[in-house]
Design a binder for this molecule. Structure first.
Ligand code: C2E
Ligand code: CA
Ligand code: CA
Length: 768
């Protein structure tokens, strides 16, 4: 690694030593030819090094190849001039005689310019007319140079105008190259690209050398004798030119930084045309006091013409930019501001530290209009809504359409209370019917209100604050929507509860898979014999953090989010396996499993029940499926079909919570259930209240005449148990017998109960 780092230092040192030697030799006439040879070799080395660097470059290879070719052209032209003159000392006479070679040196500059444009193009998008910029600068420099040098040089050297123009053009172009490299740097924001400043340095040194040479020429008297020693100025010029070459090599060897492409933007884009314009004006002013050569004036006017073209191009681009900028923040359908504009405004308000209110307005019956009247009419309605909203909002509000039938209103300086007031106004405005396609259409809205004051408590003044505000308004809007429309203000507590539920849902999904659902069993007792005849399986969730959760803590969520099928499957599997274990232990008990509404809408359930029962080897008649009245009524047709399928498996069906739902005698008539399960609200009152007692007795009669047994749940004391027996109830379940117990305690409890009955004592309550 250190080797690699030191390697470039070796050629650099050799280069410097040879350069110093050639300078020392050049000042003595006897060794001038050796010096010239050494310099020629150094130039060849420079061109070779540039070519190698270009070949090795990982980026911008074309640019460095162009730099190398430009340098080669300069070197060849110069060497040809030396050869023609027979001396490295060039004087006006030599120049005048070999004007075409002087012109040839200029051919290197278009290559340099192309190289610079290539470097710039890779970094910047949309560089418009870089060639025009270059041409403008050349025109101005040419005008300035002819104004400054044409007359005095002609007078001093006697050279022709063309030769002078060619000689003058060189330093002008050097300056142009340096300025171009520096401009590129400034366009890129002075990013860490070391190559461009080095290029600029190379051409600055070259410009200094060429200007010095021009001044030397102007002062040179008479032709130089062949083999004469060069003066110190000429030596310095040659050394400086070689140094410029070395700087270019150094630039080519720098690594290309990995920078993203940027857009050319801001004032640096105007640098070239404005600079040229100012220069031209200055030249024309000078012309008013002392007449400039005609060539200079013509060139100046050409430069001004070029600036005009450039400005026209820039203007054209500006118009197109403005057009696309307006489109980017506008909603096509309504002409309102769009989501991007909303975020821009929110960000602006946040930056200004102002309170901001935000309303999210969602139309209530838009989908109906769209579906029944067609998209065309739907669009008409949206436009009409947009117009009406615009009319009812405060002056400083920004109304935007977020998409679909969703609008947002930014209220600068507004808090929650102001937002609420405006939301009420919006509701009032939307309450009037709209006329769409000749029909009067009523669209209500659901509006969520949030404000930055509230948002900052939740999210803090973080970059995501705008998105958080929108989320809060959205949350509030959904609360309003669930309430059937109207206005809802963001409420952190409600939001947190909703998030907690969501987290619980994730836990539940994972928990089901991880086997965290457990069953507790509650005994069902025959009233006449006092024997245990069945067990109801009741699910619990052993949550890793929250402990053992009752069904009320998670079943609603599971039902709402479609997890009920997998829960039921798990419960069925465990309950059936447990019943098989009891049978094997000599306790052939029924096991009851609860089914939720969604289970009855699932046509595949009977098949799964059959599979589970068959796989475990349980007599299907030992399984009772408990269905509530409410469950049955939610979609009577579909649930009736599923129930028929369940009955086909051989399992019994029990009507749970009987007496609390919308009882319909029709389903009692059609549904061949084995059991009616009287809800505990009747059970508890049967011992105290004669009317309740009459209902229980009547229900018992009804059940019996339909061939069903009546099971009363929620029996908590002996008096109730006794009374239920008198009223004709067949079986009972409740805390009086036992609370639901873990599976592992069932056989032990049965054992203890049996021995207690034999000893005439009540069994102890199981450990909870
Ligand atoms: P349910 O089907 O009516 O179950 C009886 C509920 O009453 C059980 O509550 C039980 O612990 C409680 N209970 C039993 N005896 C007494 C008593 O003497 N007094 C009082 N006050 N309560 C008594 P749990 O276990 O909390 O279950 C609540 C509900 O959760 C169940 O009502 C049932 O609708 C549902 N559930 C439980 N397990 C499952 C299941 O696996 N699947 C489905 N779909 N629902 C289930
Ligand atoms: Ca039940
Ligand atoms: Ca029940």
């Amino acid at each position: 690694m250190s080797r690699a780092r030191h390697l470039p230092a070796v050629p650099a040192t050799v280069f410097a030593l040879v350069l110093a030697a050639s300078a020392a030799l050049a000042v003595r006439p006897a060794t001038a030819a050796v010096a010239a040879t050494l310099q020629g070799l150094l130039w060849v080395a420079v061109v070779a090094a540039l070519a190698v660097a270009a070949a090795r470059a990982t980026a911008d290879r074309a640019a460095w190849a162009l730099f190398a070719s430009g340098t080669a052209v300069l070197v060849l032209a110069r060497l040809a001039l030396y050869a023609a003159a027979g001396s490295p000392l060039v004087d006006p006479v030599v120049l005048e005689r070999h004007g075409s070679l002087v012109l040839a040196t200029l051919l290197g500059y278009p290559l340099f310019y192309a190289a610079q444009v290539a470097l710039l193009r890779r970094r910047l998008h949309r560089v418009r007319s870089p060639w025009l910029d270059g041409a403008l600068a050349v025109l101005l420099l040419a005008a300035a140079c002819s104004a400054l040098f044409l007359d005095p040089l002609q007078r001093a050297t006697g050279m022709g105008a063309v030769t002078i123009a060619a000689a003058v053009a060189r330093p002008s172009m050097d300056v142009l190259m340096a300025v171009y490299a520096l401009t590129t740097c400034s366009l890129l924001g002075w990013r860490p690209d070391r190559r461009l400043p080095l290029v600029a340095a190379a051409f600055t040194v070259l410009a200094a050398a060429d200007v010095t040479d021009l001044l030397r020429l102007a002062g040179a008297a008479g032709p130089a004798a062949a083999g004469a020693a060069a003066g110190p100025v000429a030596v310095a010029v040659d050394v400086a030119r070689l140094c410029a070459g070395a700087l270019l090599v150094l630039a080519a060897r720098q690594p290309a930084p990995r920078l993203p492409r940027r857009h050319a933007e801001g004032w640096p884009v105007l640098l070239a045309p404005v600079g040229v314009l100012l220069g031209s004006v200055a030249l024309l002013l000078v012309d008013r006091w002392s007449r400039l050569p005609d060539a200079a004036v013509v060139l100046t006017f050409a430069a001004v013409g070029g600036v005009t073209v450039k400005v026209a191009l820039a203007f054209d681009e500006l118009i197109r930019l403005l057009g696309s900028a307006r489109q980017a923040v506008t909603d096509d359908l309504t002409g309102l501001a769009n989501r991007r504009a909303l975020f821009q405004r929110l960000a602006g308000a946040a930056a200004g530290g102002r309170d901001t209110g935000l309303l999210l307005v969602d139309l209530n019956r838009f989908k109906e209009v769209n579906d029944t009247l067609g998209h065309h009419r739907g669009d008409d309605l949206l436009r009409a809504v947009a117009a009406r909203l615009t009319g009812c909002l405060p002056q400083e509000a920004l109304l935007t359409r977020l998409g679909g039938d969703e609008f947002a209103v930014v209220l600068p300086g507004a808090g929650i209370a102001d937002g609420h007031r405006v939301a009420e106004d919006v509701l009032t405005a939307l309450a009037e019917p709209f006329t769409v396609g000749g029909l009067a259409v009523h669209v209500g809205a659901s509006i969520g209100v949030a404000a930055t004051g509230a948002a900052q408590q939740a999210a803090g003044p973080v970059p995501g604050g705008d998105a958080e505000l929108l989320r809060q308004a959205d949350t509030a809007m959904y609360v309003a929507k669930r309430a059937g429309g109207g206005v809802a203000v963001y409420d952190e507590a409600v939001d947190r509860a909703a998030r907690d539920r969501l987290a619980l849902l994730d836990d539940l999904r994972a928990g089901i898979a991880a086997g965290q659902l457990v069953l507790h069993y509650q005994p069902q007792v025959d009233l006449r014999t006092g024997g245990v005849v069945g067990m109801e399986a009741l699910v619990r969730w052993q949550h890793p953090q929250h402990g053992l959760l009752p069904p009320a803590a998670f079943l609603d969520l599971a039902e709402e989010r479609g997890l009920m099928t997998s829960i039921t499957e798990e419960v069925l599997r465990q309950a059936v396996a447990e019943a098989v274990r009891w049978r094997e232990a000599g306790r052939p008990l029924r096991v009851a499993v609860n089914l939720a509404t969604s289970c009855l809408l699932d046509a595949a359930l009977p098949g799964r029940v059959r599979d589970v029962v068959a796989a475990a080897g349980l007599d299907p008649r030992a399984l009772v499926l408990e269905i509530t009245e409410t469950t049955l009524m939610s979609d009577p047709e579909r649930s009736r079909r599923t129930v028929a399928g369940l009955l086909g498996t051989g399992a019994g069906v029990s009507i749970d919570d009987y007496g609390t739902g919308y009882s319909s005698l029709a389903y009692l008539r059609d549904l061949p259930a084995v059991e009616l399960k009287l809800d505990r609200t009747f059970t508890a009152r049967a011992a105290r209240d004669e009317r309740s007692a009459a209902i229980v007795a009547g229900t018992a009669d009804l059940a019996h005449s339909l061939g069903m047994r009546l099971l009363a749940e929620g029996v908590e004391d002996a008096a109730t148990l006794h009374r239920l027996g008198e009223l004709g109830v067949d079986e009972t379940q409740g805390y009086h017998h036992a609370r639901p117990m873990p599976a592992g305690q069932v056989l032990g409890w049965l054992e203890q109960r049996g021995s207690a009955a034999r000893g005439g004592r009540r069994p102890p309550a199981p450990v909870r």
